[in-house]
Design a protein around this ligand. Sequence first.
Ligand code: AP5
Ligand code: MG
Length: 191
Amino acid sequence: MAKDMRILLVGAPGSGKGTQAVEIARRFGLTHISSGDLLRKHVADGTATGRAVRDYLKRGDLVPDAIVADILYKPVTAAVARGGYVLDGYPRTVEQAEAAYEVAGEKGTNVQLALHLDVPTKELVRRLLARGRGSDDTEDVIAHRLEVYQEKTVPLLEYYAKRETLVQVNGARPVGEVAWSIAVQLQRVKL
Ligand code: AP5
Ligand code: MG
């Protein structure tokens, strides 16, 4: 498939969004944009944004919409100009999707296809505890992140399903198998 793809990965913490986003970006020549990575970089760099979001990340709460929208605007616009993106972690609520649509709608930068990485909770917890990324990969914070996912992000799946732009992926298989299955599905759909 030619370039100009705008893909969104939706999945619970530990479902493999980051892992698969890197694969998709490489295979299709897209830019990988991770809201979580960008936020963590702000924290590590000690920027004003980093100081504003640090405690949200630590608790596993979503940071305020305006902050995420602000840090993503430029990278998303630039990625579209380069041929497309694979977004990992944004939008992750219906409100964020609607706001992004408002901004992007007329510019043609909005998501074309959402991929849902489906993984059972037990496996998510196993992966995150094994990874131990930092203060948000502890048992308590993982449990909270999973609650936030259920409450705030699961409705987003319905939002994309209604628009017929949702593709389900069984993410509970080895990394290479999941990547292969995503590539096959992306070749099949007409974007
Ligand atoms: P974010 O960084 O997006 O974290 P997350 O959604 O909790 O997901 P993770 O990054 O932990 O997991 P992943 O799905 O990327 O899986 P990965 O590939 O790493 O967000 C962090 C925080 O930022 C949020 O809590 C919030 O505070 C804030 N935030 C971010 N976006 C926001 C937004 N839009 N609005 C508001 N706030 C926002 O894999 C996990 C582990 O499993 C790795 O060790 C990996 O090697 C392993 N693994 C991956 N695939 C497999 C496989 N198939 N089999 C076995 N192991 C695997
Ligand atoms: Mg990630």
